[in-house]
Design a protein around this ligand. Sequence first.
Ligand code: ADP
Ligand code: MG
Length: 292
Amino acid sequence: MNQGFSAPEAPDEIIRIEHMTYEYKREGDQAAYVAVNDVSLSIERGSFVAIIGRNGSGKSTLAKCINALLLPASGKVYVNGWDTTDEARLWQIRQTAGMVFQNPDNQLVSSIVEDDVAFGPENLGIDPPEIRRRVDRSLSAVNMFEERTKAPHLLSGGQKQRIAIAGVVAMKPECIIFDEPTAMLDPNGRAEVMKIIERLNREGITILLITHFMDEAVRADRVVIMDDGRIAMDGTPEMIFAHSDELRRLDMTVPFTVDLADRLRRNDIPVPQSTIHIQEMVDFLCQYKSEI
Ligand code: ADP
Ligand code: MG
């Protein structure tokens, strides 16, 4: 035995997907449609992972399989070590990995903001004083405490989405899967929701963010690209967005800063390859200007 050497520590995974395939049944004798095809993926606890890929590449299906809304045809999905096909663990799995969807209107159920946020904890059978605390804390976390007695339908899209997020936060999830949460929002609403997502991550919640905005993906610490039900690329934003040709093949655009950096390089301005965030670009250009 190899005593004296300890095995490298395995990363602390909150989600583990092993050779997972999901198929949608189709009418009559048509073959089932394979939406996720033999995907393996491990998500480290506390990380912020963006999932991108063209329409129909299987992102939402993958997300629903993590949340046990869908069960794999083959392979395994584990959340906190619990197999999603274990019915006895279903509520623990859903509470651990909460989900926020694209359309806030479909996620709000009550006519008063705070009742809506209380809905999840009530269903978990939590004591009323603890529910009160969680509702207040969750609303504060999304900057919506002042609006707690308002009617959701009077709020903007971005505010409604923040209420939906508060409803998930009130369940004390360890991970939140966001499926294109900003797709229906105006730029202000998007910016607010992104700020909340980043703050939740800093507070320790694992984030999976499905998005078609590259400027959102660049803020994650890992980017996974799906294509035709499979994982096409997986790496840090710096690695992923350095491959603009490969990205174009996958129908992905590049973040604003990466595009600008490419254009500047073509004009002999030596922007470092690793420049993907706006602040890095600003710092580089200020430095460059002071040198010429
Ligand atoms: P994405 O979120 O990346 O756009 P989806 O996971 O929604 O992709 O869909 C993956 C594929 O599965 C698509 O081709 C889509 O048409 C198909 N699909 C999605 N939902 C269903 C469904 N309920 N029944 C049949 N096919 C579906
Ligand atoms: Mg989708």
